[in-house]
Design a protein around this ligand. Structure first.
Ligand code: RAM
Length: 534
């Protein structure tokens, strides 16, 4: 189902001072020139799995010639984000017609086998990284028009003429990122899969650290508040780029909906502009994002300046989104709360839980700001909302929380109720174990939601289990060939897409990079898990 919001005559409220602060924090991007490593061939097995076969070293490329119908795939060895250039030189008699090429970029090999003409998803087809080029004057120095996210580059010669063929030389990519991998010390775990998950996480995060924390570098290429919260957490234990988080926080606070609600996402090019999408959970995440930032950076000025807007996000929900039972009103088919991309997921109970979760952070922010009165007011709300969650959503017979009129049982609802601490630690633990046993049909499909599942397991003392689940989920993605972590990964349906076609799925998506955060923040610092590192 298509999920977007369009508001006619969308009106915004601007704090120019905040936007100026964000502008002043624009990062300088580091550039590195990367050359292709190998020429490969991609084969699709009947199971839809793709196998990549090396045909030859990329060094042999300039000696090969390509005529009408020929094509080749270059493998850059790892995921790249950047600007690609190459030279196309005519070989043979003088060329008498333009060269006509199709150039396609792919983060994973499967994208190369997909037929973009057949795309009929609900996100724009324009995200597919494919160009048709006419080269009138040869040799041509070609600078590809967009910034691409890819590991594989395919060049297909659609036509030359009988008089000439083409040779491709100097193929390279100017890789760009605001972060540097070498600045992060290795995790140093004994088990290689943990080191691998950590490295792939850091690479994912690094690739997405551009002018802002982009969600994905192939698609969307923009700042989302829910993604930012997790990216920032991973950044604090790796690159420690506090300014980039600060810039993003000031952007969200610098332009909001007219009534003060924060947008779910933000455009930073060509000018700053908040999107006309409001997602309740994302707006609420401004509270934990601000508190995390303060705790990592100790930047009191930013805390002081942004605190009112953080609290405002909670107040707006409390005063406009609850019914008289203190229950969040279900907006059903509207795109009003995200949580996860699971098909048919009812969001009502999860939204209630996120609100409770955010209030906990609001209380801490209020105490930090010396506002015990506000903190107490929020404490009272939290008690009411937790009670309402139990009264309305707890199903004693099933031993789980249900959501919506249909009383739906989903993984997402249970996880968020644990994170909201509606029950004490022991009862939350029982709930998580019971959920694993029942394995509700409405599953989690994004690494974003899996992160919250890990967090919930850790929260209720099931750290070993969380580690096993992390290896099972992110580890399996690595075994499935991930160089960077993917936006979507449902082990039960590996070709799932919320967009109607996996052609526009993103395969370097920063909300998936949290294993590095969990490994570094919880496991490496915990005496109990010393054995993992020594
Ligand atoms: C998708 C992207 C983005 C996410 C939103 C809600 O468009 O994956 O990262 O935050 O959904």
């Amino acid at each position: 189902m298509a999920s977007y919001s369009i508001i006619e005559n969308f009106k915004t409220k601007t704090n120019q001072d905040f936007l100026d602060k964000a502008a002043a924090l624009e990062p300088v991007l580091n550039k590195r020139v990367i050359q292709p490593k190998r020429i490969v061939r991609v084969e699709e097995l009947p199971s839809h799995e793709c196998i990549v076969h090396e045909t030859t070293d990329a060094g042999t490329l300039s000696k090969q010639t390509f005529s009408k119908g020929d094509s080749m795939i270059l493998d850059f060895g790892d995921h790249q984000v950047g600007y690609v250039s190459f030279t196309a030189a005519p070989i043979g008699n003088h060329y008498d017609a333009p060269a006509y090429l199709r150039v396609k970029f792919a983060e994973v090999p499967a994208e190369l086998l997909e037929d973009s003409a057949a795309y009929d998803g609900w996100l724009s087809k324009s995200w597919i990284q494919e160009e048709y080029l006419h080269l009138d004057i040869l040799p041509a120095a070609v600078a590809m028009p967009r910034r691409y996210a890819f590991r594989y580059m395919q060049i297909e010669v659609l036509d030359t003429s009988p008089k000439y063929a083409l040779a491709f030389r100097n193929v390279s990519c100017d890789y760009v990122s605001a972060a540097e991998m070498d600045t992060v010390e290795p995790l140093g775990a004994k088990e290689e899969i943990l080191n691998q998950m950590d490295r792939v996480s850091i690479k994912t995060l690094m690739d997405c650290m551009q002018s802002v924390f982009e969600d994905g570098v192939k698609r969307d290429k923009r700042l989302w508040l829910g993604d930012l919260r997790l990216q920032a957490r991973a950044n604090y234990v790796t690159f420690k780029n506090y300014d980039m988080v600060k810039r993003c926080l000031y952007l969200f606070a610098g332009m909001t909906f007219e009534d003060g609600r924060m947008g779910a996402c933000f455009f930073h090019e060509p000018d700053f502009k908040v999107d006309d999408t409001y997602l309740m959970d994302y707006a609420l995440f401004f509270c934990p994002a601000l508190l995390d930032y303060y705790e990592a950076s100790k930047d009191e000025e930013t805390l002081r300046e942004l605190y009112p807007q953080a609290i405002q996000q909670i107040d707006i929900c409390l005063h406009t989104m609850l019914d008289d039972r203190y229950v969040v009103v279900d907006q059903r088919d509207a795109f009003w709360c995200f949580l996860d991309w699971g098909e048919g997921l009812n969001k009502q109970a999860g939204a209630q839980a996120v609100l409770i979760y955010a209030i906990r952070y609001g209380i801490r922010l209020a105490y930090l700001m010396g506002e015990p009165g506000k903190a107490q007011e929020l404490e009272n709300w939290m008690v009411r909302l937790k009670q309402a969650a139990v009264d309305v959503f707890w199903d004693e017979g099933q031993g789980m929380f249900v959501s919506g009129e249909e009383r739906q049982v989903s993984w997402v609802t249970q996880v968020w109720m644990v994170l909201a601490r509606v029950f004490d630690r022991e009862k939350s633990r029982e709930l998580m174990l019971h959920t694993m046993q029942v394995n509700p049909r409405i599953r989690m499909v994004t690494p974003y939601m899996y992160h919250h599942y890990m967090d919930a397991l850790i929260r209720c003392g099931e750290e070993e289990l969380a580690l096993e689940e992390m290896k099972r989920y992110w580890g399996e993605m690595i075994r499935d060939g991930a160089d960077t972590f993917w936006e979507l990964y449902n082990p039960y349906n590996k070709y799932e897409s919320p967009y109607g076609s996996s052609m526009v799925n993103s395969y370097c998506h920063a909300w998936s990079c949290t294993p590095t955060y969990l490994l570094r923040k919880f496991y490496r610092k915990n005496e109990k898990f010393r054995y993992l590192f020594e």
